[in-house]
Structure formats: C-alpha cells, structure tokens
Design a binder for this molecule. Structure first.
Ligand code: HSE
Length: 410
C-alpha cells in the first residue's frame, strides 16, 4: 500500500526509515506491503534519498488516489487539522503522532473518520514508542478504568534525572535534551507541562469516554524545580517527577492535571529515568498495569506510527470501532478541591517560631533536611488535606514560600 508522510522532521523521517529498513519483515509478518510514495515538507532536502518524492504541495497527496494511508507528523493544529480532515474526507486512513492535534481536535477527527469509513489512529501521540492507546482500548477493554497516571514527557524526565543523578543544572540538562532531539521546537511545551497535559487529555478521553480538551486542565512544569528541592526530596526517600494524572472521582467528575510530584522510591514510577516514559493504568479487574519504554526520539516514535500504518493496511476495508464521545459540561474537578499532601520549602526568620506556628496550623508536619541547609531554610511535608485548604493554611505562617510540590500517592 502507498503511504504519504506529512512533515519530514524527527518523527516523519523516522517513519520513512522504519518502513525502508523493515518493509521485508513487515510484509512477511503482516502480509502487507508498504511503500512511501510522497512526502510533504516546506523545507528543501536536496541531499535526501527521498528528494524525488518530496513535495511542497499538499494537493499532490490529497488528490492522489494511489495513496491509501497518510501519516501526519507535522505537529501543531494548523495546518495539520485541515490536512488531516481533507485526507479523511477523501477516504484515506490517517495515522498521526500529533498530540496537540488529537488533544484539541480528537473528537472531531474521530467523527470525521467514522463518517468516511476510514481509520484515524494515533498510538504515537502518547508515550512515543510505548504501546499505550491500543492496550487501553483493546486489551483492557473489559475493565472500568478509574485512574491513569504517568511520566509522559521524555524531555522533562531526562532533565529531572540529570538533576537528580548528576546534580546538573536545569539549563545544562535542557540543552542536552535539545541536542539529543527529545525536546519540542519550543521546549516551553516540555518544561512547562503542556506536552504532558495534551497527552493526559488524550488518555482521559480514551479511558473515561468523553473528550477532555486542554482548556481548563491545570498544568505546571518543572522549570521552577531546584537542586535544593531535589536534595530535600531525597531525604524524604523520594524523587521529583513530572506526573500527569487523570482520575475518576466518586462525584462523577474527573481530576485531570499535570504537576511535579514527590514520588516515593518504592513507587513503580520512581525508577523511570532519562527519556523513558511510563504510564500506570488502574482497572477494576486487572489492578495496576505499568507500560514503560522510550517516550521520545525518532525511531522509537516512528515504531508506534508504523504499527498504526500496518493496522490500517491490514484492516483497510474494515474500519476499527475506536474513539470517544463529545465533551461533557462541568466534567473537570478543580484540583484545589482534591486531596493531597504538600512538600513546602521556605525561608523563615525564626525556624523555632515557625515550627510552633506550623504545629498549630497543621497539627504535625514532617521536617526534611539536606546537606548545607541554609540557616533560614525550612522544608516540610504537610498532612493530607484539600489542596485549597492547605494552601490557605500556609499563608498563616510567617514564612516566605519558595517551593510547593505535591506528594504523590502512587
Ligand atoms: N517532546 C516530547 C517529549 C516528544 O519530550 O516527550 C514526544 O512526545
């Protein structure tokens, strides 16, 4: 079957390479023959082995009836949304790695795919090369899923790991992640939690059955985490991880959010290091399942894209029933109403006076220590409570709060 690729960047070029390298085994194992016949990109690639099939004109792809499957690896919503919509309307299957597109336009595109009797698949949009979407939608389909939590951004996990393991500064670790091709074009999306937020929106939509749009989902990144926080976390037998979570609450609403968390070293998520991602799914029949692997990178992500391409090719006449429903109003819970414990690092003129105040305010808190701790530096973990109440209580103490990080219960 003929395949076109929209966007010849890190992932798109990886898709061409995977198909070229593995076309023989793909054919032997799956009985489908794949050939990349067109690649769209606005840039010139005069030295590329694909220069003869490169085009800057989308019409060359959408109007070419010999192309059965279109891979979208452009990123961003515009023009990807229009391009994908046009391809689906033309009866072409579409495979996308574009989390922003799926998080913001997933329901619309899934509906369009159904109306046109074609597939719209996006395994690579969450967790790079790790199979997550298909296992949740197929293998775990017999469960009610109550919660999904994960480390879903390779760049921020790589940076945090470098800070924790090598004591590297945030800036130096970010530069290294960019050099290795893990980061988005604008790394703000990685380090401020937006990339992980888009991915957890996709998982929340898939697990709970209605589209969760990024608007209104709380996300906080890792750019304010310091080596002091890392050291205090270590004294609490924990590491700091960027956790994306979606949880069905007893009231029927869903808590969907991204933030750094202290994760105990005994947790399955604590040992997920470097560019690796992990996704923990809690099903009512299966219990906890952890999916783990490379969450970013050219060939790892392309591996997931090509898996979807093969699925489209093998089921070309047989559309898969897959997707979720429209958005529900008033569905997202306010994180300030949800239970958590908080790690706090602060400056205090008189540690003794503040300790007496904190005892009054919280009942008891657990104090943390680090090497070379400043004389006026204090760090502690509060008891669990409603986050909004805990934050209001903190304002009653004579401290200058420097960091607040949630303590995870995974
Ligand atoms: N920039 C993303 C990450 C790439 O670091 O995880 C994969 O989505």
């Amino acid at each position: 079957m003929n395949v076109a690729i929209l966007g010849f960047g890190v992932v798109g070029s990886g898709v061409a390479e995977v198909i070229k390298n593995n076309c023989k085994s793909i054919e032997e194992n799956n009985n489908v023959s794949l050939k990349v016949t067109r690649i769209l990109d606005i840039r010139d690639f005069p030295d590329s082995e694909y220069k003869d099939i490169l085009t800057k004109n989308f019409e060359d792809i959408v109007s070419d009836d010999s192309i059965d499957i279109v891979v979208e690896t452009m990123g961003g919503v515009s023009p990807a949304f229009n391009f994908v919509s046009e391809c689906l309307k033309k009866g072409k299957h579409v495979v996308s790695s574009n989390k922003e597109l799926v998080a913001t336009k997933g329901y619309e595109l899934l509906t369009l795919a159904r109306e046109n009797n074609v597939n719209f698949l996006f395994e690579a949009s969450v967790g790079g090369g790790i199979p997550i979407i298909r296992p949740i939608s197929r293998c775990l389909a017999g469960n009610n899923i109550s919660e999904v939590a994960g480390i879903l951004n390779g760049t921020s996990n790589f940076i945090l790991t470098k800070m924790i393991v090598d004591g590297m500064s945030f800036e130096a670790a970010l530069k290294l992640a960019q050099d290795k091709g893990y980061a988005e074009k604008d790394p703000t999306a990685d380090v401020e939690g937006l990339d992980a937020m888009r991915k957890i929106c996709i998982l929340a939509s898939l697990c709970f059955g209605s589209q969760v749009y990024p608007d209104g989902v709380y996300s906080e990144g890792i750019s304010k985490i310091t080596l002091e926080d890392v050291a205090f976390a270590a004294s609490y037998d924990s590491v700091i991880k960027l956790i994306a979570r979606a949880k069905k609450l007893p009231c029927g609403k869903a808590l969907v959010m991204v933030s750094p968390c202290l994760v105990k070293n005994s947790s399955m998520l604590s040992g997920v290091n470097g560019v690796f991602n992990a996704c923990l799914v809690r099903g009512d029949m299966v219990g906890d399942v952890l999916m783990y692997g490379q969450g970013a990178g050219s060939l790892a992500t392309a591996s997931a894209v090509v898996g979807d391409v093969i699925d489209c090719a093998a089921n070309a006449e047989n559309r898969k029933f897959f997707g979720w429903g429209d958005k529900k109003d008033d569905y997202l819970a306010d994180y300030l109403d949800c239970e958590t414990a908080l790690y706090v690092r602060a400056a205090a003129d008189s540690a003794e006076k503040v300790k007496a105040q904190l005892l009054n305010i919280f009942g008891s808190v657990q104090y943390l220590t680090r090497e070379n701790q400043g004389e006026n530096e204090i760090a502690f973990v509060t008891p669990s409570g409603k986050e909004g109440d805990l934050r209001a209580s903190l304002e009653k103490a004579d401290i200058n709060v420097l960091s607040v990080i949630r303590v995870s219960d995974y």
